[in-house]
Design a protein around this ligand. Structure first.
Ligand code: TRP
Length: 467
């Protein structure tokens, strides 16, 4: 039982348990809901290229750093820094806890949509795609779906790490992959699909701006569950014999692979239905997919559509579990309170925080037109604002600080030593050398500059470098 280090905190039963749970955290609404509409907002193929570059070149090193910090210290996202002898840096962990709380508050609302869509697809309500606005504006219904979702999340987290998270991931993740692959194959047979594939795969480099780079960077962190200590927390449950490099590689490839396939499928459907250029925003998959399921046939379409949203809901569940685990592990470790009660209090608090996101889809004007950025014409909703703050700004900021911390404060050599337990020779390998270089220079420079430049232009209207 290599993975279990401290039975009172729980632990993964073995290496594959950690990889599955971390991949379960990574794969979620970010891959299937968020990625396609971000690609669409970001101008297609150019966004995809930037996203892939961020994932492989910057997020991969940051991911290893998070897991190594977690395993070294055996602590939660906040306590890890104190344990490592750098108490001041626990503020970074606190930023992570706050970010996780913010993300979960809106994520849970979208997860509720997925649940609602599952029921509606089984019922054969294919018109729901055109009625998406009315669906999300029906707050009573959304309140029901998202409370169901939060209660299930709380229930799983309350049971502890290995009991709930591992078991669910093992069956459902592969099922989701098979279903998306089949849908992708089907989507490519549709008339006009090829234009979607071209839009998705052939980059128009004129579409690259600082704002799209910022979006791609945020998306990469969001999709990989990175930049807020979720993987510090999960890493704290990993055994010393495990190989951090191969584990993180598997998580990365699974997550990016699923996003990539989901994107391909989506744009084939979008173009074959003639819906391109409509700026679907956060509603993209919900407006496009019902029509695609309808085209499969009245009965089969219901079954496949229903299962698709059931599996999407489960993928979201393994992600909400990891988001809730971060603040809970922090409170339980640091304040030595009972896990069960903490989970309920924190979970319900986050649920309440999500209510303005729910009401900001047409129900309450104040939340629907919440802020006006200098860079855009229309005001954005409460949910979009929280999403911009938490996922596009705080996650890369967290990634920036984690890189600086690992390379310069904890120091590259100590990081290397930790990874070498379970992977001797890491320091001399090409990956090892690149990782240290990326954490020292590349990640701080790129993440730092894109974040600063975009925040100035997007929120303050100050344009440097023509951004
Ligand atoms: N990665 C998940 C998704 O793509 C969302 C998520 C779960 C997350 N845990 C996280 C994002 C931690 C950031 C940080 O749906």
């Amino acid at each position: 039982m290599a993975g279990i280090k401290d039975s009172s905190r729980g632990g993964f039963s073995n290496k594959i348990g950690f990889v599955l749970a971390a991949a379960g955290s990574a794969v979620g609404l970010g891959n299937i809901w968020k990625f396609p509409f971000e690609v669409s907002d970001g101008g297609g193929g150019a966004f995809v290229v930037m996203y892939l570059a961020f994932c492989f070149m910057l997020c991969f090193p940051v991911m290893m750093a998070e897991v190594a910090i977690g395993r070294k210290t055996n602590k939660n996202a906040v306590g890890a820094f104190t344990e490592n002898g750098h108490k001041a840096w626990s503020a970074l962990g606190k930023l992570g806890v706050l970010t996780g709380i913010l993300i979960l508050s809106f994520y849970n609302v979208v997860a509720g949509w997925a649940l609602g869509f599952a029921i509606e697809m089984f019922a054969g309500n294919f018109e729901l795609g055109q009625n998406f606005g009315a669906f999300i504006g029906n707050w009573q219904l959304n309140l029901v779906f998202s409370s169901i979702f939060m209660v299930v999340t709380i229930y799983i987290v309350a049971k502890g790490v290995s009991g709930g998270i591992e078991k669910a991931s093992k069956i459902l993740m592969p099922s989701l992959l098979i279903l998306i692959l089949s849908l992708m194959a089907y989507s490519l047979t549709q008339e006009g699909a090829i234009d979607g594939v071209i839009y998705y795969l052939v980059p128009d480099f004129n579409a690259i701006t600082f704002e799209t780079a910022y979006g791609a960077m945020g998306q990469a962190f969001f999709s990989l569950s990175l930049g807020m200590g979720a993987l510090i927390t999960y890493g704290s449950y990993v055994g010393k014999k495990d190989n951090i490099v191969t584990s993180t590689t598997m998580i990365l490839l699974t997550d990016v692979g699923i996003a990539f396939i989901a994107g391909l499928m989506m744009f084939a459907f979008v173009f074959s239905q003639g819906l391109q250029g409509q700026g679907g925003g956060a509603g993209l998959i919900f407006t496009v997919l019902p029509g695609a399921f309808e085209s499969i046939g009245p009965v089969l379409g219901r079954v496949i559509g229903g299962f698709f949203f059931v599996l999407l809901s489960f993928a979201a569940l393994t992600s909400t579990v990891s988001l809730l685990e971060v603040p809970v592990a922090y409170v339980v470790d640091e304040y030595e309170v009972r896990r069960e009660r903490t989970v309920w209090i924190v979970g319900l608090g986050i649920f309440l925080l999500g209510i303005p996101s729910m009401l900001g889809n047409g129900t309450v004007p104040f939340f629907t037109e919440f802020v006006q950025y200098s860079s855009s014409e229309n005001p954005v909703s409460f949910m979009d604002f929280i999403e911009d703050m938490a996922s596009d700004t705080f996650l890369p900021l967290g990634g920036f600080l984690i890189s600086v911390y690992t390379a310069w404060v904890w120091r590259g050599d100590n990081f290397k030593k930790e990874v070498e337990i379970g992977n001797p020779g890491f320091g001399d390998s090409l990956i090892g050398k690149y990782t240290i270089f990326a954490l020292k220079y590349l990640a701080p420079f790129i993440l730092g500059s894109i974040t600063v430049i975009t925040i100035l232009s997007k929120f303050f209207g100050i344009h440097i470098l023509g951004a």
